[in-house]
Design a binder for this molecule. Sequence first.
Ligand code: PEP
Ligand code: MN
Length: 334
Amino acid sequence: MLIVMEKLHTAENLEKVMQQVRELGYRPHVIPGAQSVAVGITGNLGPVPPELFTTLTGVKETIRVTKPYKLAGREFRPRNTEVRVGNAVFGSENLVVIAGPCAVESREQTLRIASEVKAAGAQVLRGGAFKPRTSPYSFQGLGLEGLKILAEARRLTGLPVITEAVDAESLHLVAEYADIVQIGARNMQNFSLLSEAGRLRKPVMLKRGMSATLEEWLMAAEYILTEGNDQLILCERGVRSFDTATRNMLDLGAVAVLASLSHLPVVVDPSHGTGKRGLVAPMAKAACACGAAAVMVDVHDRPAEALCDGPQAISPAELGSLVNSLRQIETAAR
Ligand code: PEP
Ligand code: MN
């Protein structure tokens, strides 16, 4: 439920409403709006009788929230969420470009690619230190050593860093070293990990599970938001489909649908979304045109030697020309 306050309510009126919510055993969330302030309620298992609030001074009306997700929904928060990381603002008019290798393979490889993506116009550096691999025999990432390499790359380039956490242990390590904590597709419904990420006070990017509906994805986001972390970004990375022509089926329709369902910024990952380097630029451009907050692109200067996902990595030079096109599309289409 949303309790909308009168425009001229007093601080005391608002506090009474908050107190009433707490006394019922629920959690109040103050939501500033253009006209007035509203209070959202979470924690209730069934409908809350509106009279409990409509009879209080300063309350204009109550509105039932129709979606199962609350904090992630537009009903609760009409204004777009903006997440600031370094100079980049996710959810603003401007498209953010995240780029880097799929995995941190070595200090030299990461520092080299980091300075190249920076020169190409990227604003955030990506690179996996903990890799969730399908096969236990594949390269699993450098772990803590990888995080230290990313921190060095940030020092040298000034680029903030995003990297994945795969469990509670790596979550706290990643939070210590990175600017944005990534939760990958395979962990989208790891609810204890989501709650733990919700207790961080640091931006989190939640990727879509490979067969998750938008509602399941937003409910996963809710686990993070309800713990108090509102610096949350979503990332569309393609879903499993019947067609084997691409690695996944990149769902750009989801970006447009989410713009109405949720206030959270949505990033698009055309690299994991297609699995093919030749498709990365066209899908990144389409993502920009349809309102994505950012694109996240795998870049490698020696893709044939990459320890992870070489076939979907574009070169630093290709990233440079892609960024130029994206800036033009941004001006024309947004
Ligand atoms: C990644 O971004 O490195 C990754 C593993 O992606 P996903 O979780 O979408 O498969
Ligand atoms: Mn990858």
